[in-house]
Design a protein around this ligand. Sequence first.
Ligand code: APR
Length: 233
Amino acid sequence: MLPQARPQKLVVLTGAGMSAESGIETFRGAGGLWEGHRVEDVATPEAWSRNPDMVLRFYNERRRKLLAVEPNPGHRILAKWEKRMDVQIITQNVDDLHERAGSQRVLHLHGELMKSRSCGPKEHVMTMSDWEMKRTDRCPDGYPLRPHIVWFGESVPFMVHAFPIVEQADCVIVIGTSLQVYPAAQLAFEAGPGVPVILIDPNAEELAVPGARLLSMTASEGLEALDAHWFGA
Ligand code: APR
């Protein structure tokens, strides 16, 4: 049963499934492979020091794909809601589809694909204008650049901001994440006592979040259903 009242302080946790309908493969949906490599073997500091060209190729290809796709109806509904209620998105996704749909309040836990970061002491973060990052690229201080992504084995600095946001929500929606990657997955269990948690995922039955209301459907279908329920669209 969905909560009747429209939330006042909504937090939406999104994962790769949120962007699946835009044509971006999920991690575990595609068997988690890239060029035969496990994503976990490409997206690490060790891979970066061992074979930076391979890592740059991996992220350049993902950027090229990202620039070729558009936000889906689910992204657009969340952006529309932001104009009508207090909505904060916390995403594991590194794509910019929430922002391209018009969402302003988006916290990226695992970094951003369209940004680069300096390997120098100041760790400058810069927005990229195109898909390609090259070994010869330099930051303003002359240091090489790396993708602005949180790799496996690296700490997730924005978790400290994410916990209080979830704890203060009066409704939490979890969309398109298999809840297998920690610490991000922990957020799905941090809603306050009695706060409704809604899971939107075609495989929602398989995700064990105690007391959650399940919408076993795609991101767009689930958000369209909630939009009709709360706004009578
Ligand atoms: N709508 C909603 N959910 C969907 C859809 C869809 N159209 N298609 C697939 N899903 C669901 C799948 O059922 C699965 O539960 O999305 C989830 C995707 O899970 P993962 O591929 O594991 O992605 P995610 O949970 O975001 O991965 C977490 O792992 O590889 C790392 O850093 C990477 O941020 C990523 C993290």
